[in-house]
Ligand binder design. Structure first.
Ligand code: COA
Length: 390
């Protein structure tokens, strides 16, 4: 039985800041952000978007009535969840109107959460081949104004329908993974901003990649020549490139050229959104599939997932016949082109807006947010969500 990705949805908020302009305000050379870090635009979530609404908007565009019946498991991977107890998956389950006889949960392991969800989904489909699993990777990356991590913030979500009818990418069985207790990036429960040891995190990312890649080759006997492209978890687009460069000498000139070209294409969306933590790897996959018109059906794509703390995994998928028919290239082009640029001052203002923590009521003007699903306010310590399409 084939198991894999049947559909991919994506959402990012309608506001962004230009990295060149942010660099000027922070007194750094724009090339540091655009070349050294590799980011052009950074998505800015308005107060009316959180990890729940981002995920719900990403899923809303792909889940149809048949899916709603067949999805009996919704796994929400996030590291910017909104509640220490109740799972973000339940809100999305409600906002989409999924089958009540479904399970809805949240999983956490930094940026690895959605990969963990996909692996669980595979097991679930193997046991229940007529069912489908909705996997969500949704986050708002926040390091703080004027911090070294600021240029690597972002916001967005990816939604994947995993099933035994993988119209886009069949996920292969074997994968290699690694866990090690390190402190490269973390967010204590009392903080709404992440702490990061940036240089150490870069080193660990590459170390994980190299150990896992060796383990993967040993397990499968596959080599660089067997991969059409490798997509990476991208906290910023230069990061994956640093990791990729460490293995390129294992291949021929042709392998190098192909992998570098496809890497570049796979970073197009991430460059213009920023870090979306759990969804970043899958945004990179989406970027490759939607932006590269001539990827051959049957090609093998490598995927490297890394979640600080840390867990990493390398796995692969095979592109399915006519996979392009199941992508939403035009809708995603429209999502990007309809965004509005904000000034650095406006971004700073939005960044500092917070929800009440004293139980008071607040209502937002959700007409200002073009998203279909929004956070409309708070009352009695409960977030209020609206699906404008209902
Ligand atoms: N032109 C081109 N490149 C430039 C430049 C210029 N004018 N000025 C600086 N650079 C390059 C630097 O050489 C460096 O490249 P290198 O990494 O290849 O050496 C890069 O820009 C970044 O500069 P650096 O001084 O290292 O930046 P920084 O101290 O501000 O930190 C990060 C950058 C990425 C480490 C920081 O933003 C961070 O910690 N982000 C979070 C990362 C993360 O999310 N990790 C956890 C999840 S994996």
């Amino acid at each position: 039985m084939k198991i894999g990705i049947e559909k991919i949805g994506f959402y990012t908020p309608h506001l962004y800041v230009d990295m060149n302009k942010l660099a000027v305000k922070r007194n750094v050379e724009p090339e540091k952000f655009t070349i050294g870090i590799g980011q052009e635009k950074m998505a800015i979530p308005p107060i009316t978007q959180d990890s729940v609404t981002l995920a719900a908007n990403a899923a809303f565009e792909i889940v149809d009535e048949k899916d709603k019946e067949a999805i009996d498991l919704c796994i929400f991977g996030t590291e910017s969840g909104i509640d220490h107890s109740k799972s973000a998956g339940i809100y999305v389950h409600h906002l989409l109107g999924l089958n009540p006889h479904a399970r809805a949960i949240e999983v956490k392991q930094a940026c690895y959460g959605a990969t963990a969800a996909i692996q669980m989904a595979k097991g679930h489909i193997a046991l229940n081949p007529t069912k489908k699993v909705l996997v969500l990777g949704s986050d708002i990356a926040r390091y703080g104004l004027n911090t070294s991590g600021e240029a690597t913030q972002g916001a967005g979500a990816v939604a994947l329908v995993i099933s035994a009818d993988p119209k886009i990418l069949e996920l292969e069985e074997q994968s290699a993974y690694l866990t090690s207790d390190i402190m490269d990036f973390w967010r204590p429960v009392y903080s709404d901003k992440a702490f990061v040891d940036g240089k150490y995190s870069n080193e660990q990312y590459i170390l994980f990649f190299s150990k896992i890649w060796e383990a993967y080759k040993e397990k499968t006997g596959l080599e660089l020549k067997d991969l059409e492209a490798i997509c990476f978890h991208l906290p910023y687009t230069k990061m994956g490139l640093k990791a990729l460069r460490t293995i390129l000498d294992e291949g021929t000139e042709e392998d190098k050229e192909r992998l570098l070209e496809n890497y570049k294409i796979s970073t197009t969306y991430n460059r213009n959104v920023g870090n979306i933590y759990t969804g970043s790897l899958y945004l990179s996959l989406l970027s490759l599939l939607e932006q590269k018109g001539d990827l051959k059906e049957g090609s093998r794509i490598g995927l490297f997932s890394y979640g600080s703390g840390a867990v990493g995994e390398f796995f692969t998928g095979i592109l399915q016949p006519n996979y392009r028919e199941y992508l939403r290239v035009d809708q995603h082009a429209e999502l990007f082109s309809s965004r509005t640029e904000v000034t650095v001052e406006e971004y700073e203002k939005v960044f500092q807006e917070t929800l009440p923590t004293d139980g008071s009521t607040i209502e937002f003007d959700i007409d200002k947010d073009p998203a279909k699903i929004c956070l409309s306010g708070m009352t009695d310590n409960m977030r209020q969500y609206v699906n404008k399409m209902n």
